[in-house]
Design a protein around this ligand. Structure first.
Ligand SMILES: Cc1cc2nc3c(=O)[nH]c(=O)nc-3n(C[C@H](O)[C@H](O)[C@H](O)COP(=O)(O)OP(=O)(O)OC[C@H]3O[C@@H](n4cnc5c(N)ncnc54)[C@H](O)[C@@H]3O)c2cc1C
Length: 483
């Protein structure tokens, strides 16, 4: 491949999630100029989003600024922007941020745009059952969850109180299990004794899944242990139950007993992922294919067919049925960086990406987790210690690790939750975006409105006209948010 003689090799990386960030770090000492373009100004540690949604951690602890992480890496230029097009002939990417459009040329391109939420063709469910993919999602869920207890306390009709105190989590994978477990702990432990008109311990937490097991990919043994621990926490698990309808006040489910309705004001969607729109765009531009989930089908070395200079990695790549987990993204990011370094060193490239499975884990409640590492199957406290160690290792930044540990101390040893503040803007965001449009977030055309660009302007756009920010304690606010 012809290199420009006059300048250093230009690498553009799209996405600063696990894949993009680790690729950039792996190129630290390489003779390249990197432009790292990300739709938000922060790197998001998605595995802990549920802790933001349930008031354990602050959003800052799981979303450090990309610039700060890479400030000592001189060969990286971090740019805010949503990449909406790749010109594979001209070798440029086009991006936009808050109404500013720009184009960046590349010699090598690494695309690591992750995945977005899938409602399996029922996108209207999103209005009443937010997903868990972004900081916006987590803050909105936090507002809805804590707001539900406030409104239950104000309600006088027993049926209404029950509706506010019923929480339905759809999807019994790791995210759903963690979410259900944390809401149960919140209701039964943290909030106990804080309300005068309701008993939060009477809250119902339901976990619904169409499959016959929780944590389906963890195998029978851990799945059974997780189910037992969920039952001990008081979570009602409805398996082989398919959600067929979601509305403001409840959810319709096809269960083995027949079609049933669950009255609930707070629904959380933790099922299904789909590739971002950029995946199909890039595939079309490069003449490549996507799989059923829209993920780009790559060569064994993670390059896009016909384009040895373009790598698609992480959640958005389809290769050997690898799962959409952080380790696949990290390792494929490092692999792509390694291939670029080899090429620049004049070495042979095209080595296939080999994934080293370090195992998987999910927490169920404080001091209780399940972990599968090689042949080892751990659960309970030992599983939880392992979970703690791994999350501390991969949380980015010493400061974040320190404050996360403090907050875990508050929540797990004590009974508190350090982050219970919610604002009307957070609860209203989705409805307001729908009503007023997304004038400044233009870069994600074709995608569901989930993650928003960072920056004060984006926040301002979410505030409904004529309403001053106020506490979520207002019934009008929460009722409207839940609508
Ligand atoms: C709630 C939740 C819990 C999870 N728990 C676990 C867990 O416990 N263990 C585990 O291993 N995995 C877990 N995962 C999966 C894991 O987070 C992903 O596999 C991993 O983040 C994938 O990394 P990535 O770099 O491919 O994508 P991401 O980390 O999603 O990063 C993609 C980045 O690209 C940016 N981006 C997207 N589109 C564009 C664009 N067009 N232009 C510019 N920037 C763009 C995004 O802003 C984002 O920063 C979880 C995921 C979720 C959502």
């Amino acid at each position: 491949m012809a290199e420009r003689a006059d300048a250093r090799h230009r690498v553009v990386i799209v996405g600063a999630g696990f894949g993009g960030l680790f690729a950039a770090k792996a190129l630290r000492k390489a003779p390249v100029d990197i432009t790292l373009i990300n739709g938000t100004s922060y790197h998001l540690f998605q595995p802990l989003l549920y802790q933001v949604a349930t008031g354990i951690l602050s959003e800052g602890e799981i979303a450090p600024p990309i610039r700060e992480i890479l400030k000592r890496q001189d060969n990286v230029d971090v740019r805010l922007g949503w990449v909406d097009d790749v010109d594979v002939e001209a070798k440029t990417v086009s991006a936009s941020a808050l109404g500013i459009d720009y184009t960046v040329p590349y010699d090598s391109l690494i695309v690591a745009a992750g995945a977005s939420q899938s409602y399996f063709g029922n996108d209207d469910f999103a209005e009443y059952a937010p997903g868990m993919k972004s900081i916006d999602d987590a803050l909105e869920l936090r507002a809805r969850i804590f707001g539900a207890f406030e409104l239950a306390d104000l309600a006088t009709d027993p049926a209404e109180i029950e509706r506010w105190l019923t929480f339905v989590v759809v999807g019994a994978g790791p995210t759903g299990v963690e979410m259900a477990g944390q809401i149960a702990e919140l209701a039964h432990r943290t909030l106990h004794g804080q309300y005068r008109h309701i008993d939060p311990r009477k809250a119902r937490v339901l976990l619904v899944d169409a499959l016959p097991a929780v944590l389906n990919t963890f195998g029978d043994e851990l799945s059974t242990r997780a189910l037992r621990q969920l039952h001990l926490l008081g979570v009602e698990v409805e398996l082989e139950s398919k959600v067929v309808g979601v509305d403001r006040t409840g959810i319709e489910v096809e269960t083995p007993r027949g079609r049933e309705r669950i009255e609930s004001m707070t629904k959380i969607w933790a099922a299904g992922v789909a590739a971002p729109a950029l995946s199909r765009k890039l595939a079309d531009a490069a003449g490549a294919s996507v799989d059923r989930a829209g993920r780009l089908e790559v060569n064994p070395d993670t390059t896009v067919p016909g384009h040895p200079e373009i790598y698609a990695i992480g959640d958005m790549m389809s290769l050997d049925r690898l799962p959409g987990v952080a380790q696949v993204a990290i390792q494929s990011g490092r692999h792509a960086a390694g291939q670029i370094k080899r090429r620049l060193a004049g070495k042979e490239t095209g080595q296939p990406f080999t994934y080293f499975d370090k195992g998987s884990m999910a927490t169920i409640s404080r001091f209780s987790a399940v972990a599968s590492v090689g042949r080892l199957r751990l659960s309970g406290f030992i599983g939880w210690l392992m979970w703690l160690a791994v999350h501390l290792l991969y949380l980015v930044g010493f400061k974040n690790r320190l404050t996360a540990v403090l907050h875990w101390f508050v929540s797990f040893i004590g009974t508190g939750r350090s982050e219970r503040v919610s604002t009307v803007q957070q609860a209203f965001a989705r409805a307001a975006m729908r009503e007023y449009g997304e004038p400044v977030v233009a870069g994600r055309a074709g995608e569901r409105a989930g993650e928003r660009a960072a920056g004060p302007a984006a926040g301002r756009e979410t505030e409904p006209a004529g309403r001053a920010p106020e506490s979520i304690g207002s019934p009008t606010a929460q009722e409207t948010a839940a609508r």
